[in-house]
Design a protein around this ligand. Structure first.
Ligand SMILES: Nc1ncnc2c1ncn2[C@@H]1O[C@H](COP(=O)(O)OP(=O)(O)OP(=O)(O)O)[C@@H](O)[C@H]1O
Ligand SMILES: [Mg+2]
Length: 229
């Protein structure tokens, strides 16, 4: 068996707020192999977004080990970490975080431009992903001129820049009606079938979670494998 894509061991995260320590993650263990698709459920405030931010190297753990393809993230140099964020991981945020003053196309190109790829190259890849999510006819619209579902599809196209091994999606369908949410999950499935992209998706939607091959629950700062399936 090849090395896991992601190996999380005894991961802790606490926040200090007004002199008080808030322990959000209290020893998380999680192994993801290439192409795994996992739903994360858990009540509001359980620490789901906190965990995703650590996995995407958007924040650092208080303690514990986080390995991606065998490499400890905390040992990476800043340039390697930047490459990890732009090439290995795609991130869809809980609130889409598209930049309102830029077009859909420019938003999708943004991570590549930040990673200092040429404009022509960024544009070429962005156009491919926009087509993949079925929005070529909307690429010159600004986020405010797109529906909620379209905005999330653009956020997905942006997350796919660099063809990541792992897509982290934080409630990508939280603000959408069930039919539009269904369409986003359909896109995840198509991407998985075409490219084998691993997916870790936080969702409150039980029927979407049930469609994923594996489901884990966050409770009291720990992660529990859903054994009943
Ligand atoms: N920067 C921070 N400083 C202090 N406390 C924080 C910080 N970020 C998160 N928390 C706390 O950590 C806990 C977990 O937050 P988190 O956003 O991970 O929850 P969640 O499971 O994603 O919830 P939701 O389902 O509502 O999105 C909350 O109690 C929150 O108040
Ligand atoms: Mg959250």
């Amino acid at each position: 068996m090849s090395e896991p894509l992601l190996e999380v061991r005894d991961l802790h995260k606490s926040f200090e707020l007004e002199g008080q320590k808030i322990e959000v993650l209290r020893g998380i263990h999680l192994t993801l192999n290439e192409g795994d698709r996992v739903a994360v459920i858990g009540s509001s405030g359980a620490g789901k977004s906190t965990l995703l931010h650590l996995l995407g190297a958007l924040d650092v753990p208080t303690s514990g080990s986080l390995k991606f393809k065998g490499r400890e993230l905390s040992s990476l140099k800043p340039s390697e970490l930047a490459r990890f964020r732009s090439q290995s991981i795609g991130f869809m945020f809980q609130f889409h975080h598209l930049l309102p003053e830029f077009s859909a196309l420019e938003n999708v190109m943004m991570p590549a431009l930040i990673a200092r790829r040429s404009k022509a190259d960024a544009r070429k890849e962005a156009l491919q992903w926009i087509e993949e999510v079925g929005l070529s006819h909307r690429m010159n619209h600004r986020p405010g001129e797109l529906s909620g579902g379209e905005q999330q599809r653009i956020a997905l196209a942006r997350a796919l820049m660099g063809k990541p091994d792992l897509l982290l999606a934080d409630e990508p369908t939280g603000n959408l009606d069930s039919k539009t949410g269904e369409e986003i999950h359909q896109l995840f499935e198509t991407l998985y079938e075409r490219m084998g992209t691993a997916l870790l998706v936080v969702t409150h939607n039980a029927s979407l979670a049930a469609r994923m091959p594996r489901c884990v629950t966050m409770r009291d700062g720990l992660l529990y494998e859903d054994e009943a399936r």
